[in-house]
Design a protein around this ligand. Structure first.
Ligand code: SF4
Length: 387
């Protein structure tokens, strides 16, 4: 996933984080540039991506504001990553770089780049760690094209190295590791140069598929993607769903790709409505997100709640959700739901902040009114719930 800032930082050149997509669909690099030129970029900045960026910045030592879940993820990630460092280098003094971009030069030209979350090196060995936040299962290091690229650029930048160890470090999915010696680095370099030649070829071909199209920025303007998704769906007869396993698998792949395309079309228009006050769409508007309450300091909150709830009730509330705790409070103090909420606000006074979820695109019921709504600003909460 990309963000506008990372796009600038890459100077329009191919980047390691997209390497698997480039390998699978050579045409995607040039079409990605076209999507930027047309300002029709898919997968611009999801909430998940923004949260990942905050967590990465915090791992690099930047002062960023994290929510409670992000704080837990970052703390856990730091511990897990440092364990690996200790396992590999022990007490040996090391040099460390964080969030560092390495550039790949082929011949006279700078051809691509990759940013490492962390590289640590001592003597002839380097460890490259890539942090994966969130619950999506990452590609293991052994087959991870991004890490293959990073191993090569790190080795080129630090010629004293004879081994580069690469790791994908994730909270829910553990650590996977691959080791590159000089021979493996040479093979990887040659594969990378082949991919660079293929993606810069003016006749680079397209190869739609769930893995490569999933986060492709060119998805909104890609005809081969449409041909592989919309066209088969239009021909689909619901009474004739295939039962043969390969065809069923292909159909499910097409559905996945089509669903993501639909999501991206909605995201595109959501972005337009939010950013351009003169842009409007009949019957559609951005509606405010629901308000949610967050607890600023769970240690203090737990000690205050302990006066009213026993430890099991506090622990039993999955992820300490306020709604679950209110139910427990309502049961113990025999209060109605509304009263329990007020009581909870009193008990946790000064510890709760209200945050609003992101606005979302909705079809409105009242056509005549909705045409007059250019965006979120004029939409009342009553209309939100009606929509
Ligand atoms: S959407 Fe899919 S087929 Fe189209 S350029 Fe991207 S990866 Fe290739």
């Amino acid at each position: 996933m990309t963000s506008p800032s990372s796009d600038d930082e890459r100077k329009g050149l191919p980047s390691a984080s997209n390497w698997r997509r480039y390998e699978l669909c050579h045409g995607s690099f040039q079409l990605e540039q076209e999507a930027h030129r047309l300002d029709q970029v898919a997968h611009k900045a999801t909430a998940e991506a923004r949260s990942g960026e905050r967590c990465h910045a915090s791992m690099a030592g930047e002062a960023v504001e994290l929510d409670e879940t992000e704080k837990v993820s970052v703390g856990f990630m730091r511990e897990r990553a440092d364990d690996q460092l200790a396992r590999i280098f022990g007490d040996t003094p090391v040099t460390e770089l964080k969030e560092h971009r390495f550039w790949l030069q082929v011949g006279e030209k700078v051809a691509a780049s990759g940013r490492v979350d962390r590289v640590v090196y001592a003597g002839r060995v380097a460890l490259v760690q890539d942090y994966k936040f969130g619950f999506r299962e990452p590609e293991p290091a052994e087959v991870n094209a991004q890490l293959k690229f990073l191993a090569v650029v790190v080795a080129l930048a630090l010629p004293q190295l004879s081994h580069v160890i690469v790791q994908v470090v994730s909270g829910p999915h553990g650590v996977s590791e691959a080791r590159y010696d000089i021979k493996a680095l040479q093979i990887a370099y040659s594969e990378i140069v082949d991919t660079l030649l293929a993606i810069n070829d003016p006749n680079a071909g397209f190869n739609p598929g769930p893995a490569q199209c999933r986060f492709c920025p060119a998805q909104l303007i890609c005809q081969p993607h449409r041909d592989a998704t919309v066209a088969p769906m239009a021909k689909l007869q619901i009474t004739q769903l295939p039962l043969e396993s390969q065809r069923a698998s292909k159909l499910l792949d097409e559905i996945q790709m089509l669903r993501r395309l639909c999501d991206q079309v909605e995201e595109f228009y959501s972005g337009k409505l939010l950013q351009d006050p003169d842009f409007s769409i009949p019957n559609y508007a951005m509606v405010p997100g629901a308000m949610k309450r967050e607890v600023l300091d769970w240690d203090v909150a737990r000690s205050r709640l302990a006066e009213y709830l026993d430890t099991d009730q506090i622990k039993g509330a999955a992820n300490y959700r306020l709604g679950d705790l209110e139910k427990a409070l309502s049961k113990t103090l025999k209060l109605k739901a509304k009263e329990a909420k007020e009581r909870m606000n009193e008990i946790l006074g000064g510890l709760i902040v209200e945050k609003q979820n992101a606005p979302s695109l909705k079809r409105l019921k009242n056509n005549s009114r909705s045409t007059a709504l250019p965006g979120i600003a004029k939409l009342s909460r009553a209309e939100h719930s009606a929509g």
